[in-house]
Design a binder for this molecule. Structure first.
Ligand code: DGY
Length: 319
């Protein structure tokens, strides 16, 4: 008999085919976020659930299914899952690290470049028919060469962002819970800074920390006040790391110059203040959104489920 799996959204074709081949698969064919009762109903009696970062897998959901053995999250972040409850019930939780590093780093640079060179503003100007021709002072942006990039969180994704900074001739500073070994600092030509120093020195601050109790609202009003008034903030990690209300005020007052956000405090809701500002670039959580990456993520999920249901430790167990 094939193991029983519940999948909360539709995944890329190749992954769906493989899931159907290997498992007794039940999935949310509506392909929209499920309510808590729908989630509970969907996973009833299933041995594995494949959850998205947008699914809240809380104590009630976990407790509703005594047959559940593994929660395989289709994401590298797993702040949407109640790890404590899962572990107290002996349920494995897994994620999909590694394969989305490069895609997320690319997306981070898309935001940096879009902001620095005012790409969305230019696009809007052309589309709305308001462009009257080349103008020597129109939509002037900022050079990246010679500027300082400050990376907060130098894990896999932070380091991939750092690697790309070479190409733009930027200076690199970083802050991390643990300082990187000398070898890596040399490799990235990155210098470690206390957070307060990074904030005052960076022209662009990019966030790459996981969402935890410690990092929730890491970027609050006091932190924004320390940044340069010409600085840009980029967040491709998790929305609640930034206090959105404080960010809107800072952007309006000119405390900082701009923000590029791929993630939001209450996705898919976006603070209305952000929608009205010209100096922000807003994306709908596209960090890992490439065909190749989302397919690889699916195959990692399959590997993790098979390991747990086969009685071995999952390659990407968390918690
Ligand atoms: C993740 O996997 O945590 C990313 O946010 C997906 O884009």
């Amino acid at each position: 008999m094939k193991p029983s799996v519940f999948l909360t959204r539709i995944l890329p074709d190749q992954v769906m085919a493989e899931l159907k081949r290997r498992f007794d698969l039940k999935y949310n064919a509506l392909d929209r976020p499920l309510t808590q009762p729908e989630m509970i109903r969907g996973m009833r009696g299933r041995q594995a659930v494949i959850s998205m970062l947008s699914d809240r897998v809380d104590a009630e959901v976990i407790g509703s299914n005594p047959a559940l053995r593994v929660i395989a999250n289709y994401a590298v972040g797993y702040n949407n899952i109640d790890l404590k409850t899962a572990s107290s019930r002996g349920i494995a939780v897994t994620n999909t690290p590694g394969v989305l590093t490069e895609a997320t780093a690319d997306l981070t640079w898309s935001l940096i470049l879009s902001l620095a060179r005012r790409v969305p503003e230019g696009d809007r100007l052309v589309r709305t028919g308001r462009w009257t021709g080349w103008n020597p002072t129109q939509l002037l942006g900022m050079d990246l060469t010679g500027r300082t990039l400050g990376i907060i969180g130098m894990g896999r994704i932070g380091q991939a962002v750092a690697r790309r900074a070479f190409g733009f001739g930027m200076r690199l500073i970083y802050h991390n819970r643990h300082r990187l070994p000398d070898r890596l600092e040399k490799k990235y030509r990155a210098s470690y800074q206390p957070l307060s120093r990074l904030l005052t020195a960076a022209d662009i601050v990019s966030l790459h920390v996981p969402l935890t109790h410690e990092t929730r609202h890491l970027i609050h009003r006091g932190v924004l006040d320390r940044m340069k008034s010409a600085a840009l903030l980029v967040n491709t990690a998790r929305g609640p790391i930034v206090d959105e209300k404080a960010l809107v005020i800072a952007l309006k007052k000119g405390t900082i110059a701009g923000a590029g956000l791929d993630v939001f405090e209450e996705e898919p809701k976006v603070h209305p203040g952000l929608l009205r500002l010209p100096n922000v670039v807003l994306l709908p959580h596209l960090g890992s959104a490439t065909v190749e990456t989302r397919t690889k993520m699916g195959f990692i999920v399959i590997e993790n489920i098979q390991a747990v249901l086969g009685g071995t430790r999952a390659p990407n167990a968390v918690g």
